[in-house]
Design a binder for this molecule. Sequence first.
Ligand SMILES: Cc1cc2nc3c(=O)[nH]c(=O)nc-3n(C[C@H](O)[C@H](O)[C@H](O)COP(=O)(O)OP(=O)(O)OC[C@H]3O[C@@H](n4cnc5c(N)ncnc54)[C@H](O)[C@@H]3O)c2cc1C
Length: 469
Amino acid sequence: MTEGLKKIKIEVKNKKQNQMRKAEVVIIGGSAAGMVAALTGKSTWPEKSFILVKKQKEMMVPCGIPYIFGTLENSQQNIMPVDHMLEKAGIQSVVSTVTSINKKEKTIQLADGENISYDKLVIATGSTPVKPRWLNNADVENVFVIPKDKPYLDSMIDKLSRCRKVAVIGAGFIGVEFSDELNKRGLEVTLVEKLPNILSMAFDVELASRIDSILRDRGVKIVTNNGIRSIIGEKIVRGILLENGDTIDSDAVILSMGYVPNTDLARDSGIFIDEGGFIAVDEYMRTHEPDIFAVGDCAQKRDFVTRKRVPTMLASTACAEARVAGINLFNINVVKTFSGTIGIYSTAIGNTGFGTAGLTESRAIEEGIAIISGAFEGVDRHPGNLPDAHKQLVKLIAAKYSGVIIGGEVIGGLSAGELTNVIGLIIENRMTVNSLLTSQIGTHPCLTASPAGYPLIKAAEIIAAKMRQ
Ligand SMILES: Cc1cc2nc3c(=O)[nH]c(=O)nc-3n(C[C@H](O)[C@H](O)[C@H](O)COP(=O)(O)OP(=O)(O)OC[C@H]3O[C@@H](n4cnc5c(N)ncnc54)[C@H](O)[C@@H]3O)c2cc1C
């Protein structure tokens, strides 16, 4: 850069620093949490002015990312129409990075030096993928993490198109979805998991092993009970070394080993961060600082049942938290607080859907909760000879003495996702086995299981029978 150009840049920055835009509400981050906080806030407080600052112009649908590697043609098909929705709602959007928050002056500063003042601030800076420091050679070519960043993902698609074998490390939902999608693209995929089963944080072993078989039948190789020790290759990936000394040849490695909250901005601005690295919040999503809220992956989480802090990061939770913050920005408008993370996940492999909500049986036992579980397998159409019929297995977990439902798991057709949401509502509303037994369930031959053999109710019946013993 010439001296002249440098001087002009500094002058522009200084000029911007003296400028001050104003908004009554400022939101930092334009993904799930930021966007929903802005839209809910504006519809609750339409007379207030809103500005949302986001780092990227084009935002990916985060949960759609695995599908740009197989089912979708390209990443452009996975763009969230954030700007359109904000504009329609009368919210100004600014593409920039927030570099600091001045809590005393109630201003934020952008990368170009511009300041924006606020009455209420919502931090929704999300999370970033983990690349463990202990992992040798993690910086060689063709080692990938999965950020929600379009240019990075586009380059990853391009590099993977020249690979034949890929190792995916970590068999949570994201690792499983990536393995299946890359397998669809024709890559030879090995999914590596340190724990004894895939998806073992989400499903009890009898369900996890069914998912394992489905994935293997589709051609994905699965290694469990064996973590990665290091990456082989000095400049570019040649393979991986496992904890038991085995090696696996691969041209690329995808690390799907979790996410950490992105809280540097909040920490550097003196906002209280908890021991797990999340921004501490109360049940209205308020931080320790007056007029500053935090929502989404960057905000502290508590398990709905155990009340323990948990690192669960989900778009569904992020959006629920964002709605609570948006509604209550200027006062406790609706006495609605965020009552804890239930952890509702679902996914699909081919035409089989899986979902889980609340605690698994094994987790409940680990937590010392006395439970009774019941599982029932039926068919999601009646009669089962109708087109698209699929077996549907529902497992429910209830607290032994109260009968309150605290968890549920589903394997079925593609309706499994919505059925899992129903279980999530059952947990959130603290319904008991008895109230489920007397619930009215709408059914139709082409859409649902039979009313006489509805797996959700039958699973509750099994628990009720065990409770009477
Ligand atoms: C591959 C994948 C699949 C997933 N699938 C599912 C799923 O099926 N279901 C589900 O519920 N969840 C899923 N998740 C989790 C879900 O994506 C996250 O929980 C969700 O994105 C959280 O939203 P957020 O807005 O809190 O954070 P993020 O999505 O991380 O967004 C934060 C945004 O803030 C921006 N930002 C950060 N710092 C600044 C700054 N200083 N200035 C301006 N902008 C800033 C970031 O650039 C980013 O755009 C998935 C995640 C991944 C990665």
